[in-house]
Design a protein. Structure first.
Length: 625
């Protein structure tokens, strides 16, 4: 029987605090072993160091463990215009426009038995539940009765501040999806009777409260700036540097058009100051481009990638990413694997492909038509010789693209890398190509193959393919989700500086990721204009490319208030026809699937109906009123 999530969470049994396992410490696992019956009391837990660590472990339950946590093996990025995913279940519900106050469309966890994340509540239940875990620790840190010898004060201080950082993160997730919501800094009692009095705060109020909490933790310095590089259990836990980065992210969102429609430059200046606060630490750097794929996306947890660019990663090695979002290389000719994939999963949209500049820095698209099948190309791209019909990727003498394009996008004729003992993987996506050919402009086909003409390569490890079995492929590969990396901080800084009117400094910050990728300085690109509107458009584009598949696009297209814009409200693909030896004809098409998930109703998600009844004065987003 459905009841509202808030009441269910306020009455959650204490023992459940120990039954959400994320494996941060061996002590946490010991705590799980000791939660042996429902007679456990909070007082008993606070006298046991193992169970106190277990309470912190539960607070981590809302952190994404890998990139495909949505049921059924669907990535968060698939919900955006960067991707097309043919899967039904959550993905089918979402893209078909089924979101409503009574149906979240998406099950926010692969754990189908978890009532707090299923289709009627989605992320609403997941993150309010995680906040409750955090507040249980924060509310009771001074009630611990375990001895100082068993649980030293330094550990208590660290537990408290980790919980505060996590609570800040979960609140940010909620307000970025559902709009401004009350900041819950304590767990309300089961008999709390004033839900009806709650109203929405402003986004500014909640964002600044989150930023204030993060700064308090930064000032206290109880959490290590970086985690022990050689202790994988410790690296599962949040570093203090993440608090710095989250502060810059939250304040940038607060300054963005959706939450700052007047364009108040003071809000952008505050976001710029937060990003600079992080940069001034001087403890991170950008990984050289030639190392970026392996170091950022394909390294085991034991490798110290946090030495340079990675700030925090998801705990799950998620080795089977290529299985649930990959290619059927067992069916190609020649074969590059002795086993196939389960599904193609997230595949690039033509829109993300179009975002990759030409090598001289020219953008390709000026504007899209309503179908995205007949766009207007930029004068600079056409002057450079861009040929959309015969050589869109620069493989036959036409202009080359951004180096990241060849790393990130598996287009017709591109190479992924070396398989395990079965040669260099060359990808052919033309219609009829064995194993990897596109399904094309249809709504039924082989779900192991792309419907857009592309596959992703950015974080796919080619060693998953090759000789052996899928299990052996899993054993030899890693793909930890990037929760935050230093490139984001520079992009936050560039956007905030631009919004604050500091255009020269914004150009310099933007150049950090551009120059790393061997693209020209933004001031050297054809048609450069030193004005806020032009530069902000280029910052948006750079962010979309640099952070693709890292779960930013979902939030960015909303906070920029662009989700309903004609350039963003549908997706397209590329049909490839082989017309001769190494000759192909390329034709764009609007995806024929129903794709009704980029519109005003999807911009700010509705409060689930059962909780809306509990909160009569908490207004639904405008599109749902």
């Amino acid at each position: 029987m459905k009841t509202n999530i808030i009441n269910r969470l306020t009455s959650i049994a204490i023992v459940l605090l120990l039954l959400v396992q994320v494996g941060c410490e061996s002590a946490f696992e010991d705590a799980l072993d000791r939660a042996d019956d429902s007679r456990e009391t909070l007082e008993g837990m606070l006298d046991d160091p193992d169970k106190i660590w277990g309470m912190l472990n539960s607070a981590y339950s809302g952190i994404p463990k890998d990139r495909a946590e949505i049921y059924f093996w669907t990535t968060f990025e698939s919900l955006t215009d960067n991707c097309f995913e043919a899967q039904g279940q959550s993905m089918g519900n979402w893209r078909s426009g089924l979101l409503s106050p009574s149906f979240a469309a998406v099950a926010a966890s692969r754990e189908t038995g978890n009532q707090f994340t299923m289709w009627h509540v989605g992320w609403w239940g997941r993150y309010w539940g995680a906040i409750r875990h955090c507040n249980t620790i924060i509310d009771n840190i001074d009630n611990i009765t375990a001895s100082q010898e068993a649980l030293p004060q330094a550990d208590r201080d660290q537990i408290l501040d980790e919980a505060i950082i996590l609570r800040a993160y979960f609140h940010w997730m909620l307000i970025s999806m559902y709009g401004p919501l009350p900041f819950m800094d304590e767990n309300l009692p089961i008999d709390f009777a004033d839900w009806k009095e709650m109203t929405r705060p402003t986004y500014d109020e909640v964002a600044n409260r989150i930023a204030s909490d993060l700064q308090m933790v930064i000032d206290r310095g109880n959490v290590p700036m970086k985690r022990d590089p050689f202790n994988t259990n410790d690296k599962y836990r949040v570093p203090l540097s993440f608090a710095y980065g989250l502060k810059s992210r939250v304040l940038l969102y607060n300054a963005s058009p959706l939450n700052n429609p007047s364009g108040d430059e003071a809000k952008y200046a505050a976001a710029a100051a937060a990003a600079k606060q992080f940069i001034d630490l001087g403890i991170y750097s950008l990984e050289p481009f030639e190392n970026s794929k392996e170091r950022l996306y394909n390294s085991p947890m034991a490798e110290n990638v946090e030495e340079t660019e990675v700030i925090w990663r998801g705990r799950d090695k998620f080795a089977q990413l290529c299985n649930v979002a990959g290619m059927n290389l067992a069916a190609t000719n020649p074969k590059y694997s002795t086993y196939g994939n389960f599904k193609a999963g997230e595949t690039p949209s033509q829109e993300i492909v179009d975002c990759y500049e030409l090598k001289d820095g020219s953008l390709i698209i000026e504007n899209y038509d309503a179908t995205h099948a007949s766009p207007t190309f930029t004068a600079n791209a056409l002057a450079a010789g861009y040929d959309d019909e015969n050589d869109p990727y620069g493989m036959h003498g036409g202009p080359k693209r951004d180096d990241r394009f060849y790393r990130d996008i598996m287009f017709n004729g591109n190479t992924l890398g070396e398989s395990y003992q079965m040669g260099t993987i060359q990808v052919w996506t033309y219609s009829g190509a064995p194993g990897t050919g596109t399904n094309g402009n249809v709504t039924s086909g082989n779900n192991k193959q792309t419907y857009t003409g592309y596959y992703y390569g950015k974080d796919r490890n080619p060693l998953w393919y090759g000789k052996g079995t899928p299990g052996e492929g899993n054993a030899r590969t890693n793909q930890h989700a990037v929760l935050m990396r230093y490139a984001e901080i520079y992009l936050n800084y560039a956007e905030a500086l631009c919004g604050a009117g500091q255009l020269d400094a914004a150009c310099n910050a933007l150049d950090m990721t551009r120059l790393r990728a061997n693209q020209p300085s933004i001031k050297a690109v054809p048609g450069f204009q030193q004005n806020k509107e032009w530069l902000m458009k280029r910052i948006y584009n750079e962010r979309r490319i640099e952070l693709v598949l890292e779960d930013h696009r979902f939030y960015d297209v909303r906070r920029w208030d662009l989700i309903s814009n004609q350039n963003n409200n549908t997706i397209s693909g590329m049909n490839i026809e082989k017309v001769g030896e190494n000759q192909f004809k390329y034709t764009r098409y609007q995806t024929p699937f129903v794709w009704e998930c980029h519109n005003e109703k999807y911009k700010v998600l509705p409060i689930p109906l059962d909780d809306k009844k509990l909160l009569p004065n908490m207004d639904q987003p405008e599109a749902w009123q």
